[in-house]
Design a protein. Structure first.
Length: 353
């Protein structure tokens, strides 16, 4: 074998050094992986466990809230169509209120659970959360100042729905607008005005609410008659008209109490006013007042009792004096009477002579 062949077959000192260095690096990497794989595994399992628990908990709570809302709607539908349901329960109002409450609760639940899970996952990565929480606090304060009107509307809407201050179908006076509620939202309430217009009222702008559809209403009628009428006959005629009205449909359902004659509300020289009231179903007082006026007028006419405003009866023409409407003769009618001569203006003197 030649010398050149032996030199070629012998290993190079530089190649041997590179192999040893690569082997050392591989060993170090394997040792580092062997030392940290348990930490990685623990961190990964912790993250998976946190995520799984958050997802399952969020699903269970949202499902429980949905079932609760559905049960509330079914209970409202169970009495819908009955007498009790027609008086006390508005299915659409109950449905919108329950859906709004359920939406708020589901959103709050998702925010709390997912937000807590995200912070726990960041903590598992050994990330310092103090700067992040401080930045989030500052951003929250800035956002609160910038969108304070929106936050005010939202919070006011939440409390209005939770306290059931009004609902769909109610007639309310919100101060800035009045009408029938057609939609209740967390930020805006929609009202249908008396002329058909739609009002969009921000919940944060509402300072007071007058609900005309809760509890019961009062129908009030003032009956004005002549002061010479017999009050006992007036009371009897009004009471009979009210009793007849309470026995007929649909007024028997709309009237929640008897028609009461409270007494004299005003006594004047030419008239006296009798006050009549009745407790009615919410929102039905105007219709009851119109019908009650109609029946009271018919009852008084049948009893021969005249109300103020009726055209008085004309006297008989045969018994009237034809000269009663004639004026007395005037002294100024004759040009030769002393009164006419005294009132004649004096002619001016003739200055040309």
């Amino acid at each position: 074998m030649s010398l050149y062949a032996l030199l070629a077959a012998a290993p190079s000192p530089g190649a041997a050094g590179s192999l040893d260095e690569a082997a050392e690096r591989a060993g170090n990497a394997a040792g580092w992986v062997e030392e940290n794989w348990s930490t990685w595994l623990n961190t990964g399992l912790r993250i998976l466990l946190i995520a799984a628990i958050a997802i399952v908990l969020r699903y269970l709570i949202r499902r429980a809230l949905t079932n609760l809302i559905d049960r509330m709607n079914r209970s409202a539908q169970a009495v819908e169509g009955t007498a009790l349901g027609g008086l006390l329960v508005n299915a659409e109002r109950r449905r919108q209120r329950s859906e709004a409450i359920g939406s708020v609760l589901r959103s709050v639940t998702s925010f709390l659970i997912l937000g807590t899970a995200a912070l726990m996952i960041l903590g598992a990565f050994q990330i310092n959360l103090a700067p992040l929480l401080a930045s989030a606090g500052v951003a929250g304060v800035a956002l609160g100042f910038g969108a304070r009107n929106l936050v005010t509307d939202f919070l006011s809407g939440v409390f209005m729905i939770l306290e059931d201050q009004y609902g769909v179908g109610d007639s309310i006076d919100a101060g800035v607008a009045s009408g029938e509620v057609i939609e209740v939202g967390l930020r805006v309430t929609k009202l249908r005005g008396d002329n058909g217009e739609i009002w969009y009222v921000r919940n944060g702008e509402v300072k007071r609410i007058g609900n005309l559809s809760q509890g019961w209403s009062t129908a009030g009628v003032d009956v004005t008659v002549r002061p010479v009428e017999d009050l006992d006959l007036v009371r009897k005629a009004i009471t009979e008209a009210g009793e007849t009205m309470t026995k007929e449909e649909p007024w028997s359902e709309r009237l929640w109490g008897p028609v009461e004659v409270l007494g004299l509300d005003a006594v004047l020289l030419d008239s006296m006013t009798v006050r009549v009231t009745a407790k009615t179903m919410p929102g039905k007082s105007l219709g009851v007042e119109r019908e009650l006026r109609w029946r009271v007028k018919q009852a008084l006419d049948a009893a021969g009792i005249r109300m103020i405003g009726v055209v008085p009866a004309q006297p008989d023409a045969a018994t009237t004096d034809p000269t009663a409407s004639m004026a007395a003769p005037s002294a100024y009618a004759s040009a030769t009477s002393p009164q006419s001569l005294a009132a004649t203006p004096i002619a001016p003197p003739n200055l040309s002579k």
